[in-house]
Ligand binder design. Structure first.
Ligand SMILES: N[C@@H](CCC[C@H](N)C(=O)O)C(=O)O
Length: 276
């Protein structure tokens, strides 16, 4: 099957974006994995599929696959690329769209300066929402990994996140502890592991070991989750600059029951065709 694709990125978190409206797309996990492979395929952290929506109140359906071929619920950097893709391809004339994901509607908006703001929905802390195994809901949980115990905030931005505060993000044990947290038995659907350094009440530095992709240059939902966790713990203000290895994002959250807003760039790199 010959497929047209667009290579995009948000802060170096890179995507293969497929238009599933103009072309019929049915891909097995093996084909998706091959596309994501940086040596034998195109190479990316996630594959994003644009489809017609099922819900009457949505403009598009957004499906997300990690580089390991698994389908997941949400991708923040991808959401910014999604609205740029459908607008640039002429699939819509709207600059603000309603997008159906596996865990609800998100609303990305193209700004006049080329940045994209996304209403990422309301974060959830319920153990079943994540899912996470614990005796009861708390602000932080002690998680045992190998010979260490780390305190993590656990929440869902549509997808699951475990965020810990570290003294220095550069020396944090991301490569070693990341996979142990990602696959910890208390996360039945695995988890994205965030390592957040608090620089001040309005700025954090963040690295994320992503479920199904490993450490990425940036993670949009990870940035939302880290800021929400920091605000919930009284460590951060309502608007925070998140510095990642790929650049920075602005995250806003007004507190419990409110949606999270993320602002950052979306970049098209090149167009191509692949036989899968
Ligand atoms: N890079 C993304 C998150 C992609 C999905 C994640 N790895 C998961 O498995 O939940 C982002 O920008 O949010």
């Amino acid at each position: 099957m010959l497929l047209k694709f667009t290579k995009m990125h948000g802060l170096g978190n890179d995507f293969v974006v497929l238009d599933g409206i103009s072309q019929a797309i049915q891909l097995s996990p093996e084909q998706l994995k091959l596309m994501g492979d940086r040596h034998f395929g195109i190479g990316c952290d996630q594959i994003l599929l644009v489809e017609n929506p099922n819900a009457a109140d949505a403009d598009f359906r957004y499906r997300i696959f990690n580089a390991d071929g698994g389908e997941v619920q949400q991708c923040g950097n991808g959401a910014r690329c999604f609205v740029k893709f459908v607008y640039d391809k002429g699939l819509t004339k709207k600059t603000e769209i309603r997008v159906e994901t596996a865990t609800g509607i998100i609303i990305p908006r193209l700004e006049s300066d080329g940045q994209v703001t996304v209403n990422m929905g309301v974060p959830k802390f319920g153990l079943d929402d994540i899912p996470f195994v614990a005796d009861g809901q708390k602000l932080t949980y002690a998680l045992e990994i190998e010979n260490a115990t780390v305190d993590v905030s656990v929440l869902s931005m549509g997808n699951p996140h475990a965020v810990q505060v570290v003294h220095d993000v550069e020396s944090a044990l991301v490569e070693h502890h990341g996979p142990l947290i990602e696959q910890h038995v208390r996360f039945p659907e695995r988890v994205n592991a965030g390592f957040m350094q608090i620089v001040g009440r309005k700025q954090i530095k963040l690295r994320v070991y992503e479920r199904g992709a490993g450490e990425t240059l940036a993670c949009g939902t990870g940035a939302c989750a880290a800021v929400v966790a920091g605000i919930a713990r009284g460590l951060l203000d309502a608007e925070v600059n998140v510095t990642t290895h790929g650049g920075y994002l602005m995250i806003r959250w007004a507190g419990e029951g409110q949606p999270v807003f993320m602002t950052g760039p979306a970049v098209t790199v090149f167009e191509g065709e692949i036989n899968v």
